[in-house]
Design a protein around this ligand. Structure first.
Ligand code: SF4
Length: 425
């Protein structure tokens, strides 16, 4: 069932780990597995998961082939039946043969409806705390003898070879039409598909790759590693990512990650509580909000009706609220802390009496009702949705939150004017 690296025999702890993982995957159950450091759990985790995935793929392939054969046979029978009916009417032997084979209820006009009774294998997400841990997992993957299709999710900030911000990158990529023609202002973007093709070629040759291989190919083509990995995502059987990609609602939304029905493997699961807390919290500097508003002003669309106007008004209310609270903090007072029973009042103070509806409208706006090719504003619209999502949680579970507003609040490691909305549970 499971391949293990050549010349290595799994020891008892690894055998037990693999058996439990396979059992949980087969039954779609949760499993919590603890194994001491140095017992080879990463290798056991990968080999068992990949062995199970191979089986699932094989079963799906066989079942699909069976349905395909049935469809072909059905098409031949229908053709025979139709030809015979046209030539001889319903008395012909061939008509009877087809009827006998498929039963009296067989009807040439009815479409083929037999479905594949084996579901396609679920996508597997393997998440770990840091990228260096993911790189370590991929090095182990190379030893397993399996070569699944996979990708690694990482931020543009980390991967962009030109060190461009999200807004600058959006600017360079221009609108959708130009991207489709693959002639953007970013030459690295224009070559990213060569990298994806090369990594797919590795897999076709049953050869797993790790980040060193990937980076070498990226360098050879002078391509964009961010979009190369994104490109691989569409066909990936396994997605490796840091925790926040799965546990931070805002990141999952932006990345359009759907984990319904997926197999999710969490390495070093004891970190999860902290990750969930930070995924439902946000730190926001006054400068960030002001910058977003300036971007809307620069595009002269602040008074455009619809989604843009809602976003603009939302950001403006937050900025005015921050200025008001910060200006009113007394001499020597560093910050204002708002807790549980005062929280909903604070959100209403921030956004007005229709705060809850405003937040709900922003997060419930379907993607197809939002402007699409909005270049530099994308970043700020994302920021707005991030804030709205957290405020939505705040109004639903105020007792879990603390809001800190002040002149020198710790925002991403720097003391500045702003607000932290922190989940405490
Ligand atoms: S397309 Fe890639 S290389 Fe070009 S700016 Fe964006 S992230 Fe950077």
């Amino acid at each position: 069932y499971v391949k293990f690296p050549a010349n290595i025999n799994p020891h008892p702890a690894q055998r037990m780990t693999m058996a439990k993982i396979i059992d949980a995957l087969k039954k779609s159950q949760h499993a919590m597995i603890e194994s001491p450091t140095g017992t080879g759990k990463t290798l056991a985790l990968l080999c068992s998961t990949l062995g199970w995935l191979e089986r699932e793929k094989e079963a799906y392939k066989k079942s699909s082939a069976k349905v395909r054969d049935m469809h072909e046979a059905w098409s031949v029978a229908r053709k025979t039946y139709e030809d015979a009916s046209i030539a001889y009417g319903h008395r012909n032997d061939k008509v009877s043969t087809v009827k006998a084979e498929y039963g009296d209820g067989w009807d040439a006009s009815r479409p083929f409806t037999h479905k594949n009774d084996v579901p396609p294998p679920p996508r597997v997400y393997v998440c770990s705390r840091t990228h260096s841990q993911i790189e370590q997992i991929l090095r182990e993957l190379k030893r397993t003898g399996y070569a699944p299709k996979y990708t690694v999710l990482s931020s543009r900030q980390r991967l962009c070879p030109l060190k461009k911000s999200d807004a600058d990158c959006q600017d360079m990529l221009g609108d959708g039409l130009t991207q489709q023609e693959r002639r953007t202002a970013c030459a690295h973007y224009n070559r990213h598909e060569y990298v994806a093709d090369t990594m797919n070629y590795y897999v076709e040759k049953n050869c797993a790759w790790d980040m060193e291989d990937f980076n070498r190919v990226v360098d050879e083509f002078s391509a964009c590693s961010f979009f190369a990995l994104r490109n691989l995502q569409a066909t990936s059987e396994i997605v490796f990512c840091p925790y926040n990609y799965l546990f931070d609602h805002n990141v999952r939304r932006k990345m359009k990650l759907d984990i319904a029905g997926a197999a999710v493997i969490i390495d070093e699961g004891h970190n999860i509580e902290d990750v969930c807390r930070s995924g439902t919290s946000i730190e926001l500097s006054k400068a960030q909000v002001a910058e977003a508003i300036a971007a809307f002003n620069a595009q002269s669309i602040k008074s455009a009706p619809g989604y843009y106007a809602d976003v603009y008004q939302f950001l403006l209310k937050i900025l005015q609220f921050l200025e008001r609270i910060i200006n009113n903090t007394g001499e020597g007072q560093k910050e204002v802390v708002v807790r549980s029973h005062e929280i909903v009042g604070c959100v209403i103070d921030m956004l007005g009496e229709h705060a809850v509806e405003l937040v709900r409208n922003l997060i419930k706006t379907p993607d197809n009702a939002k402007p699409t090719h909005n270049g530099p504003l994308t970043t700020y619209m994302n920021l707005c949705e991030d804030i709205a999502n957290i405020l939505h949680l705040v109004t639903k579970t105020p007792e879990s939150y603390v809001i800190i507003i002040g002149r020198s609040v710790d925002i991403n490691g720097e003391e500045c004017e702003g607000m932290c909305i922190s989940c405490m549970e």
